[in-house]
Design a binder for this molecule. Sequence first.
Ligand code: HPA
Length: 270
Amino acid sequence: MDYTKISEAATFIKSKLNSVPSVAVVLGSGLGPLASEIENPVIISYKEIPHFPLSTVKGHAGNLIFGQINSVNVLCMQGRFHYYEGYSMEEVTFPERVFALLGIKYLIVTNAAGGVNKNFKCGDIMLITDHINFMPNPLIGRNDERFGERFPSMNAAYSKNLRLSALNKAEKLNIQLQQGVYLAGTGPSFETPAEYIMYRQWGASAVGMSTVPEVIVAVHCGMEVLGLSVISNVFNEDIDAVQTHTEVLDNVSVATNKTVALVKAIIADL
Ligand code: HPA
């Protein structure tokens, strides 16, 4: 990992902002509309930022957007970097290290995920309580102590305080919030039925192709993390269904409004 590159990106972003963000939000597939809720937006294209990777997937724009949500300074990533796009783990998690150098304390990560819990429905929101990493670990390689320790604990990766806040806000907004473990695989192929069943047996409730590397790096850097998955398809071995990326985006859009409302309410209390 190249500290100089990360700090050059952070310095560039700082030079574009008139105040300091305390929260970063990573917008997953189809959740880009949250960005339009940001007041006084300052839009920084990934292309402008030194050393920042570029996003290539449909449904993912490539902007950092700074501004206020409920008077809280936020920095939003409209579009993330996936391992399956061919980026290295260092590139996938580059933004989180930049956030750490910007002094950001809270990271809110969102994604679209496949449900393996039989009680889940398409369009449900799942509060991530924990994860199973079935991807390469992004901390492999020389450790830079300026970010964090060699063997960071993942015992409380998803902040209990933030989870309580999410549950509380969901109740107030009358949004049903599922809870469960998110398992990350590399993708880009969707899982076989045998894999969905295995992941369920391992204790996962939802499966996706992102988020976990970002969370590991954010926790390594000492950030408090909240994760939300929008359930875009549900695996059921009794139904012969095929997952498509279009279906994923369509089903996420059903949940966009409530997800945006929930994230805004959580940010209001940070
Ligand atoms: N599997 C993996 N990733 C996903 C899925 C899925 O079923 N749905 C959305 N992202």
